[in-house]
Design a binder for this molecule. Structure first.
Ligand code: GL9
Length: 834
């Protein structure tokens, strides 16, 4: 890189290339400079917000240099890159992460203290970047951290929503959604007004035959929207590698607004085009595990995919390589089916614009893409109506029909006369209207398809994608068990635990190789180590108790067992079973004498999570949790024995506080429904134990940490289908303990019973699809085992230490290495220290 800098600029360039700050004075100087010049404020009126801004700008300056060097190095090396296409990146806060990954948080802490600020307060000023719904979006963020930390040449591509996931307020026990406008001041993004792509929608296709008898299709007319790139630097941990996340923002292609209409007095319509264009990247759809098939969503998908592919192809073309080398230079991973149009768009570019033969183009396409499936829930599998497609993307519809035709011909050759097979695997569902099955398109257009935990990857092969295993053979289908970044989910969220671990493992190297955690198992009988282990958990609980007091007004005792379920509210995740269990506990306590009650293990049941705004049942669950809390928390008979808390607006930065404070967390989905879960890994990594079903990654966690260290209960995935069948065609009676819970609700113990009848009748009258009643007894019994185990604090601490020691497998670094080797075929490209 250095040699390529022209002589006149080289000296200045070299002087600029310093990593980090020399010392805290160097840092302070930069902060003061930013306050006074960049922010144009005086130091006399520098509040925490200004300190946050200036501190971020100072660190950002360091990042930019590494970022530029990384990008130059990657360009010069001209090696294969991976592009991670995700409609969601749930990044959370950037400043703390940047300070830790650069390794200069101590310097900043001292410098800020000199200037009169506590670093914790400064960090708290940052608005979460919440461009995602839940696990899928956060996984993408963990992957970016690992890709940079492992020096892989990688870019993320997403959408720059003006509004991220809504902010949740709880008013009178109900969820209220408030828009999340997060871009007021965002030092972590760089607008690239010079990097734009024109994106076409609507219009029509004309076909002609050229001199060689080849058919040429041209997509004409319609409207154009401009995509503008915004870049976000992604720092690796303890490496100068800094990768790029490119987010596209939509803008009207034709200037600001229509002056002609404006001048003629048509004020409202004069800005309509502009607003229509900007609407595309305006807001994140707030659904989790649900497809609603809205036109604007399809526009978002094509807009983002087309801009990203244009960018990727432009970069490839600079290398002047032959097209057949494209898959040697480019790997593209589809994070769920949301970016599947990329398959069609690349085929369109190669055939319509670059003039390649269909076959040659299709080989390139299928060698380039990999597809990750994140769910088997049928309501989440994306389908688009053919008429909508015809209207919005007429050429793409033709290409999909052609792709499907060639695919079905190949199936026909392998399974002659099997018309049912053809109908089942077809990309087109012959319904009214016809629908395009995006998962089928993604499978046909990729060379590898993976699930996100072992059970899930087995399930997709035996259920939803069974026929495709027959068509393509089993090798196309693989598993990559999810992981989490230990930098954010241990080092950043739980600094004291991280420090204790590094004091025993000898260094911070466990943050780069999480299997080194195994070393702490040698200390599991060391009295001082155990004492500090317990103290850290207690301190984290005290911090959460303060937050609970501040936000809900409820006093909770930090010595009680903290029982946490934080995740999106969904019937399959069964928060309803949890709150029914809490009611059962409350009724039991009430039936006891004061003497008997004293023998009970005090508990704080903590809930958090957003419900999709249109998900009526999920909102009813939130309401019941709050209604139960209002009764239980004010019942003098109960006192500290039971508290029920709903924490409002669960997000990444709240997770960083809540997870380290948990004793037991609940991962209690109906077996076979939670593809993986990733918070289960975060809780265990922070020394909390799990109560859970045999579902998703719980199974692999059990295998790693040992059965004695987890509380498993409930029916198995293999039995769910039969049980459901019985609900419908056999006799279905509600578990007697659960029936008593329903009775209490119907008596009005928690307010107007009608408010909660949906939840009750789902179990009692509508087939109990999620097996709440079937698993209830086993759940309650297992909760009693949890109480008993917790009373033996010594035994509990041993379980906690053993579990953490054995969590090495669940690093997203392991996960990314598996993708790199098994799917992307890319190598790390380390940046040499200067
Ligand atoms: C999810 C699964 O439901 C989770 O079990 C899984 O851990 C994550 C990541 O692989 O993916 N699939 C899915 O649609 N969501 C998931 O969390 N929901 C969203 O976040 C939108």
């Amino acid at each position: 890189v250095e040699a390529s800098i022209p002589e006149p600029q080289r000296k200045a360039w070299l002087e600029h290339q310093t990593h980090g700050f020399k010392d805290k004075d160097g840092f302070e100087k930069e902060v003061v400079r930013h306050v006074e010049t960049t922010l144009a404020r005086s130091l006399y009126n520098c509040d925490e917000q200004a300190a946050y801004s200036a501190c971020s700008l100072a660190f950002r300056d360091r990042l930019i240099l590494e970022w530029n060097r990384t990008q130059q190095r990657q360009t010069f090396a001209d090696s294969k890159r991976v592009y991670y296409l995700s409609l969601e990146f749930l990044m959370g806060r950037a400043l703390d992460n940047a300070m830790l990954n650069i390794g200069q948080k101590d310097v900043a802490k001292a410098g800020l203290a000199d200037l009169g600020f506590r670093i914790e307060d400064v960090i708290e000023q940052e608005h979460d970047a919440a461009l995602g719904n839940g696990g899928l979006g956060r996984l993408a963020a963990c992957f970016l951290d690992s890709l940079a930390s492992l020096n892989y040449p990688a870019w993320g591509y997403g959408l720059r929503y003006r509004y991220g996931i809504f902010k949740q307020e709880i008013i009178d026990g109900y969820q209220v959604e408030v828009p999340d406008y997060w871009l007021d001041f965002n030092p972590w993004e760089f607008p690239r007004h010079d990097v734009t792509v024109d994106i076409q929608f609507y219009g029509h296709v004309t076909k002609r035959t050229d001199d060689n008898g080849k058919t040429i299709a041209t997509w004409e007319g319609g409207e154009i929207v401009k995509a503008v790139a915004y870049d976000v630097p992604i720092p690796g941990y303890a490496t100068p590698s800094t990768n790029n996340l490119r987010l596209w923002s939509s803008k009207a292609a034709s200037g600001e607004f229509d002056f002609q209409k404006f001048n003629s007095g048509d004020y409202e319509n004069s800005v309509a085009d502009q607003q229509r264009a900007e609407t595309i990247s305006a807001v994140l759809y707030p659904n989790d595990n649900l497809d609603r098939g809205k036109e604007l969503r399809l526009k978002q998908q094509y807009f983002w995919v087309a801009a990203s592919l244009y960018d990727i192809v432009r970069r490839f073309k600079k290398s002047k390589r032959a097209w057949k080398e494209f898959p040697d230079q480019v790997a593209i991973q589809l994070n769920d089916t949301h970016p599947t149009l990329a398959v069609v768009e690349l085929q369109r570019i190669l055939v319509d614009l670059e003039g390649l033969d269909w076959e040659e183009a299709w080989n390139i396409v299928t060698s380039t893409f990999g597809y990750t499936n994140h769910t088997v829930l049928p309501e989440a599998l994306e389908k688009w109506s053919v008429p909508l497609f015809q209207h919005l993307l007429p050429r793409h519809l033709q290409l999909i029909y052609d792709i499907n035709l060639f695919f079905l011909q190949s199936v026909e050759r392998k399974f002659p006369k099997d018309r049912d097979m053809l109908a089942r695997v077809s990309i087109i569902e012959e319904s009214q209207p016809k629908m395009i099955r995006m998962a089928h398109l993604a499978i046909v257009g990729s060379h590898k398809v993976n699930g996100v935990a072992e059970l899930h990857s087995d399930l997709i092969k035996t259920t939803i994608f069974k026929d495709f295993v027959e068509v393509f053979g089993p090798d196309k289908f693989t598993n990559v068990t999810n992981g989490i970044t230990p930098r954010r989910w241990l080092h950043q969220a739980n600094p004291r635990l991280s420090e204790l671990i590094s004091s025993k493992t000898g260094s911070n190297n466990f943050l780069k190789d999480l299997t080194e955690l195994a070393k702490i198992e040698h200390y599991k009988d060391d009295a001082d180590f155990r004492k500090e282990w317990a103290e850290i958990k207690y301190a984290n609980k005290v911090r959460l108790a303060k937050h609970i007091k501040n936000t809900t007004g409820v006093d909770v005792n930090p010595s009680a067992l903290f029982d946490v379920q934080v995740k999106r509210i969904h019937e399959y995740k069964r928060q309803q079973m949890n709150i029914f269990g809490v009611i059962h506990r409350y009724l039991t306590l009430k039936s006891l004498s004061p003497e008997e009650r004293k023998k009970f293990q005090p508990r704080v049941s903590i809930f958090g999570g957003k419900a999709a705004p249109g998900y009526w049942m999920a909102k009813q669950i939130i309401h019941l949790i709050n209604a139960v809390g209002a009764v239980v928390n004010n019942d003098k008979d109960i006192g500290d024995l039971l508290k029920v808390i709903f924490l409002e607006d669960y997000n990444v930065s709240k997770a960083e506080m809540i997870i380290p404070a948990s004793d037991i967390s609940e991962h209690i989905s109906t077996a076979g429904t939670e593809a993986s879960g990733t918070s289960n890994m975060k809780f265990v990594l922070n020394g909390g134990l799990i109560i859970g079903t045999c579902d998703g990654a719980n199974i692999e966690i059990t295998r790693e940490i040992g059965e004695q260290n987890i509380f498993l209960f409930g029916n198995l995935a293999e039995d769910v289908e039969d049980i459901r069948h019985n609900h419908t065609y056999g006799s279905h009676t509600v578990d007697p303990d659960l029936a008593k819970v329903f009775e209490a609700i119907e008596k009005g113990t928690f307010g107007e019973p009608n408010d909660f009848m949906g939840m009750i009748s789902a179990v009692r009258d509508h087939g109990d699809f999620y097996l709440v009643s079937d698993d209830f007894h086993s759940y309650i019994e297992t909760q009693e085992l949890v109480d008993k185990a917790y009373r033996d604090q010594d035994g509990w601490i041993t379980k906690s230490i053993e579990s953490v020691a054995r969590m090495g497998f669940f690093s997203s670094d392991r996960c990314i290495n598996e993708y790199a080797e098994g799917i992307w075929n890319i190598e790390p490209l380390p940046i040499k220290e200067q």
